[in-house]
Design a binder for this molecule. Structure first.
Ligand code: HEM
Length: 408
């Protein structure tokens, strides 16, 4: 468990001395596609982003629910057999609503070509990011992976830029007409003098990217695990229906009073940490950890998957046991045993949005549907494709529940 040791000691002893090694990849990417992703590379502007990322939280809660769930659930009635790609559309739609303040047509019967290109670009970038990281730089002139990877990024930034330009135009029109400018996250960023438009292009596109495959795959894993565990599913259903009556929008307080819901998400992320690896580069000083000397510029890689399957911290690590996270007097696992959102100053910026959207989505889905596995699919294994994805298409059956008399 060398990895486990490295991370817990690292955060305690060295604190902010670490920088993400991804910085290197991000700089190359920026150079290659001439786009800014300032928040991801520079500590100072990262803090700036953290502050603004926290701002629209309250509005987001209500907006997420009203804007999205109606459309999604209507579409689910049509689909009945839910495929993993639909889960991606759902989350893409949701995060796009927050970031672009508009919907991008994921739930239309015919997905607009531009949106489809954007979805394909994300998949392309992720698919080729592994060979790009592992192959030596000289291969870039001879093998096609680097160009395919960059093409993926170009598609992502192109779409992001177009959406942002449209919003800027709308804001400008209102300003020209002396009208008040009101909006959510993007309007805030664009009308905020602290960020240049280049920073906004880079940050919005990266946030969108970071927010789509992470939450959609986590939702998929949660639904997959629940479909195979009727007892856990029933416990979740009881937890949710005890608090949520009727079709009203849950409040933050209501979400907080559903401990099993939170436990299901925590256990899902323990079993399938969607970002399976995380790295830090010791940039400035040599360090000694546990009697081992590490020269400066050493890269440490933390394997979330390995630490959260450590049976000393999580007995029966391969078993889906949401109960282990309940605060009902039992001994709870070491909080550093599973840190799927990372930790410290470079921890996940989108954590609160991600948790919120996943809690809301799962509560709503479980209230309306019983989720059953497709027996022909068999045991799904996880693959590391930068994010943790299933090795095959996961088909799930959503069986509509009967409404209880108090809800009719
Ligand atoms: C299940 C959902 C998610 C998981 C498990 C997750 C996990 C992570 C992890 C492990 C990191 C690296 C943290 C570190 O180095 O310590 C990270 C970084 C990041 N995440 Fe997430 N994430 C999720 C959702 C999101 C969402 C929804 C957004 C945006 C709306 C987002 C935006 C970011 C950004 C911008 C970073 C880079 C932060 C930095 O470099 O300082 N993430 N995430």
């Amino acid at each position: 468990m060398a990895v486990h040791f490295a991370v817990s000691s690292a955060e305690r002893r060295i604190g902010f001395g670490f920088l993400r090694h991804m910085t290197v990849a991000t700089d190359i990417r920026r150079g290659a596609v001439d786009n800014a992703a300032a928040s991801v590379t520079v500590q100072d502007s990262h803090r700036k982003l953290k502050t603004v990322a926290d701002l629209p939280e309250i509005k987001t809660f209500r907006m997420l629910y009203t804007l999205i769930f109606k459309g999604y659930l209507n579409r689910m009635h049509e689909l009945q057999v839910q495929r993993d790609t639909t889960a991606i559309f759902l989350l893409l739609l949701r995060i796009s609503s927050i970031l672009f303040e508009t919907r991008i047509g994921c739930l239309e019967k015919e997905i607009p070509a531009e949106t489809q290109n954007f979805i394909n670009s994300i998949a392309q970038m992720f698919t080729y990011s592994m060979p790009v990281v592992f192959l030596p730089n000289w291969t870039r002139n001879y093998l096609p992976f680097w160009q395919w990877y960059i093409n993926g990024w170009e598609g992502i930034f192109k779409f992001g830029k177009k959406m942002i330009d449209m919003k800027m135009e709308a804001i400008q029109k209102r300003l020209d007409a002396n009208q008040e400018v009101a909006g959510e996250y993007l309007t805030y960023l664009l009308s905020n003098v602290k960020m240049s438009s280049k920073d906004v292009y880079g940050n919005i596109s990266e946030l969108l990217l970071a927010g789509v495959n992470t939450t959609s795959n986590t939702m998929l894993w949660a639904l997959y695990l629940l479909s195979r565990d009727p007892e856990a599913q029933e416990a979740l259903y009881q937890d949710v229906t005890r608090v949520l009556k009727g079709d009203g929008i849950p409040t933050a307080q209501e979400v907080n009073s559903m401990p099993y819901l939170k436990a299901v998400m925590k256990e899902t992320l323990r079993m399938y940490p969607v970002v399976p690896m995380n790295s830090r580069l010791i940039a400035e000083n040599d360090v000694v950890i546990g009697g081992h000397f590490f020269p400066k510029k050493t890269t440490f890689t933390l394997c979330h998957y390995a630490i959260s399957h450590d049976k000393k911290v999580f007995p029966e690590p391969q078993k889906f046991k949401p109960d282990r996270w309940l605060r009902d007097g039992r001994t709870r696992p070491n909080p550093f045993g599973s840190i799927p959102f990372g930790y410290g100053v470079r921890g996940c910026v989108g954590r609160r949005i991600a948790e919120l959207e996943m809690h809301l989505a799962l509560a709503r889905l479980i209230k309306l549907f019983e989720i059953r596995p497709d027996p022909t699919v068999g045991e799904v294994r996880s693959l590391n494709r930068t994010v943790l994805v299933p090795d095959r298409q996961v088909n799930l059956h959503f069986v509509e529940r009967q409404k209880t008399s108090s809800e009719q």
